[in-house]
Design a protein around this ligand. Structure first.
Ligand code: SF4
Length: 458
């Protein structure tokens, strides 16, 4: 059974424990509802306990274990619909006593009793996909006819002492701006550590009601700026659209080491223990290492309170100061927008050297192209970054995970048409599964055969 095989690969490669593809809701924006024909996805019925037991052998207890997410072509479902959910969680905890388990849920099946039982099986971290905090909004967006448990889920988690992050797919043209605002504030005021606000994506096959206006991102960014004056919780807009790699702090989770020393949204991380982070992700990772961390922070001088007393500002109005943070297992409390995986600096260099490449072309997504170009410009290599449009999924899709080999082929042919040559083509690994196949089953090495140029994934 291919879906079972995929479940094992998902556990081994991504440390994800898949439980079921079943879900008790029917969200308008659910990714699997808009797939063009040819996309290979697999439905996983609720897994039997003996299969789960075997899957545990494939998990790595030294890393966070994830439940309720899909990184492969397995359709993700609602994990709490699995009839043995609590027994499975108990088994995970017995097998991996101290490992953090992250669970993504829509909250509809969360009761106070279940939350208390889950709290005893910590350390847990919940991603609560609330999407709307009004019965009307939930009915329209998610087909939720019994909204009470999900509406109470934020407080249920908070009262059980389970740390959680809230999220919503923002659809103001369907439910109104007030619904979006109230959902963000409902989460923020019910103990969420952060709230992530997702811009919905739609493919070329999406129904007309999902095709949101082009200015939505800007409008959302403006709304969030206003909402930030009403809450201290980090509000994070996704997918990110970043102009640079400057490690600016996006938000600070209240009650954490970073909050205790007074770090703020907008501060720059200039150094961590004497090391200059090259991007936001690197700043996050360096500042998250348990132990005593010393951060050099830059802050734009503000009128009134907020600057550092006694620290002179530079001529352009920046003040610098050191902060000592004692970091535990919970991390620093700093949140950053994801920009670039710093491991790729070494990876790309290694791959180019191995191939002796002098003219490598990096095909990446439209969303990531600008940031990837800036990051790779720091390497002593000749690399050309190409933004690859998603022709296959179309619509508003701009992420790398939904690009297909046909998209990369078309982007490369366009480059060739413009007279570009290359001695190495680099593609984003996230577009391919563990066997190297894209979402329609084409292998990335087919591009090497077609072009006669070596192709690598990073
Ligand atoms: S709750 Fe999640 S898995 Fe279920 S329909 Fe909605 S988006 Fe899809």
């Amino acid at each position: 059974m291919e879906s079972l095989q995929l479940a094992f690969q998902t556990a081994a490669h991504y440390n994800i424990l898949p439980l079921t593809s079943g879900c008790n809701l029917r969200c308008l924006f659910c990714s699997h509802r808009q797939n063009p024909p040819g996309v290979e996805t697999w439905y996983l019925p609720p897994l039997k306990l003996d299969h789960i037991e075997t899957l545990l052998d494939f998990l790595d207890g030294s890393r966070k274990i994830v439940i309720g997410e899909s990184a492969t072509r397995l359709i993700e479902g609602e994990p709490l619909t699995h009839p043995d959910f609590l027994a499975i969680l108990t088994r995970v905890r017995q097998r991996f006593p101290g490992t953090r388990v992250e669970i993504t849920t829509n909250g509809t099946l969360l009761t106070p009793d279940l939350a208390r039982a889950m709290a005893d099986l910590g350390p847990l971290e919940i991603n609560l996909s609330l999407n709307s905090a009004s019965p009307e909004g939930r009915l329209k967006l998610m087909g939720d006819t019994k909204p009470a448990p999900a509406l109470e889920a934020p407080l249920t988690l908070h009262q059980a002492g389970i740390p959680y992050h809230g999220s919503l797919v923002a659809c103001p043209w369907l439910v109104g701006w007030q619904d979006v605002r109230e959902t963000v504030l409902h989460l923020a005021r019910s103990g969420a550590r952060t709230v992530r606000i997702f811009l919905p994506g739609y493919t070329r096959l999406a129904p007309p009601e999902l095709r949101f206006p082009g200015e939505l991102r800007q409008q959302l960014a403006g709304e969030l700026e206003e909402l930030r004056s009403l809450t201290d919780i980090p509000l994070l807009l996704e997918p990110p659209f970043l102009p640079n790699l400057i490690p600016v702090i996006e938000g600070v989770i209240p009650g954490t080491p970073a909050a205790a020393v007074g770090l703020q949204r907008g501060d720059l991380v200039l150094e961590v223990d004497g090391r200059q982070p090259r991007c936001r992700v690197e700043a996050y990772r360096l500042a998250s290492v348990p132990g005593r961390r010393r951060l050099l922070i830059g802050r734009r001088q503000r009128p009134g309170p907020g600057g550092y007393a006694g620290t002179p500002a530079t001529r352009d109005g920046w003040q610098k100061n050191f902060f000592e943070l004692q970091i535990g297992e919970e991390g620093s409390g700093l949140t950053f927008t994801w920009d670039f995986d710093p491991d790729l600096f070494i990876e790309v260099e290694k791959i180019c050297r191995r191939h002796g490449a002098g003219r490598a072309v990096v095909l990446t997504s439209q969303l990531a192209a600008m940031i990837v170009e800036q990051a790779l410009a720091a390497l002593p290599l000749s690399l050309h970054v190409v933004a690859t449009p998603s022709r296959f999924f179309g619509g508003s899709i701009g992420c790398a995970g939904l690009l297909t080999l046909a998209d990369f082929r078309a982007a490369w042919q366009e480059q060739q048409g413009n007279g570009r040559s290359a001695d190495l083509i680099i593609l984003p690994a996230i577009a391919f599964d563990y066997r190297g196949r894209d979402l329609v089953g084409e292998h990335y090495l087919d591009l090497a055969e077609l072009t006669n140029i070596p192709v690598e994934l990073i």
